[in-house]
Design a binder for this molecule. Structure first.
Ligand code: 2P0
Length: 361
């Protein structure tokens, strides 16, 4: 599918300009194989594969009405006017008027809220941008009827979400999602994510992700800067090749249900992401002592019990614990008995693989 599918110059109101309200709830996701490094415009240097989460969601209400003085956005986050989100969203909308020409005819009031704390280290750009992209696709379909086919609807939502934030391309579907070209999966693309849940073993479809909040401080480095550091990272080429191979491997593993092989890829991906940050110029150390203490404890727990608990990391110090549903009691006890000293006052967030976004209004 080409860019032209997504850009339809006919999508503008020829007569009356409507008023309406659309609400979407969209989840965050956690990458098993990481996207780190991109090229213009928001295209990944390698494929990535993720679990969509269930409880960590953004709910976004988009109210639209005829514009008095051209495209305009007023943005409320958690009930308060947020000028920074407002400017970011307006700029984003201005950048995608070729995709949705009707944006120029509307003004927007947006109310958005997250189910998780702002600085929890959960990818709020993934849930936030996917909710927004879904709302824009709903405006298109409600008034032009051009996205009645469900595949077309979500594919376009993923394409648009990607332009807002790369990882958001993966949040428009539930279960397991791949974003980025690999010859191993027919139909996938750098332009949008596609769901691969139909080929996933049932044990992985109700996997748990408990997010341990080691540090709730500000991010040390933005995703934008993090991705750009890969442009001069001496190991970049090898890393992109490895991630492509790991994407193919993880899809096979997810299909077979092999937890030992799952652990090897997922933990290696997390550590490699951090290794990329450590070997960039300038270099960043995003783990905290608590992060390493938790990882050591996971290794010990796994050796002692044989329970296939593993970890992954985002570009920060918090630790995602991934484990099967049947081990949730043992892992809960492990967190309470051994990991509490390394957690910040926010503790942890219990989540699991979810079914994807939902339109509420
Ligand atoms: C991922 N991360 O695959 C990787 C792993 C964080 C670590 O994608 O610049 O917010 O908006 O495209 O998606 C975080 O970066 O970056 C991210 P942009 P994004 O989930």
């Amino acid at each position: 599918m080409q860019h032209s599918f997504f850009e339809n110059p006919e999508l503008y109101f020829k007569n009356d300009i409507p008023t309406g309200k659309i609400v979407w709830k969209s989840p965050s996701n956690i990458a098993l194989v990481k996207y780190w490094g991109k090229r213009p415009v928001q295209l990944p240097m390698n494929p990535s594969v993720s679990f969509t989460l269930n409880n960590s969601v953004t709910e976004t209400a988009v109210e639209y009405s005829p514009a008095k003085k051209g495209l305009n956005v007023t943005f409320y986050f958690e009930g308060k006017r947020n000028v920074s989100f407002e400017e970011k969203t307006k700029k984003f909308f201005e950048n995608i008027t070729n995709i949705f020409p009707f944006l120029n005819q509307l003004e927007f009031t947006i109310h958005s809220k997250n189910s998780f704390p702002h600085s929890a280290g959960i990818a709020s750009s993934a849930s936030g941008m996917s909710a927004l992209a879904l709302a824009l696709c709903s405006i298109e379909n409600d008034h032009f009827g051009t996205l009645n086919n469900e595949n077309d609807f979500f594919r376009k939502a993923s394409y648009v979400a990607r332009l807002g934030s790369g990882s958001a391309a993966r949040s428009v579907y539930g279960g397991v999602v791949i974003w980025g070209e690999t010859s191993a999966v027919p139909g996938n693309s750098d332009l949008y994510g596609i769901p691969v849940t139909g080929n996933v073993h049932k044990d992985f479809l109700n996997y748990h992700d408990t997010i341990l909040l080691v540090d709730s401080g500000q991010k040390k480095v933005s995703s934008r800067v993090g991705h750009s550091l890969m442009e001069n990272n001496p190991y970049a080429k090898t890393r992109f090749k490895q991630a492509s191979e790991n994407s193919v491997k993880i899809l096979d593993i997810l299909k077979s249900g092999d937890k030992e092989d799952f652990i090897k890829i997922v933990e290696s991906e997390a550590l490699t992401l951090h290794a990329m940050m450590m070997t960039s110029n300038p270099y960043y150390l995003l783990m905290k002592p608590g992060t390493l203490n938790i990882i050591e404890n996971i290794f010990e727990f796994r050796n002692e019990t044989g329970i296939p608990l593993c970890f992954t990391l985002d570009a920060g110090p918090n630790v995602h614990l991934l484990y099967p549903d049947e081990n949730s009691e043992s892992v809960n006890n492990f967190i309470n008995d051994r990991l509490k000293p390394y957690l910040s006052q926010n503790g942890f967030i219990k989540d699991n693989v979810g079914n994807g976004p939902e339109r509420l209004i």
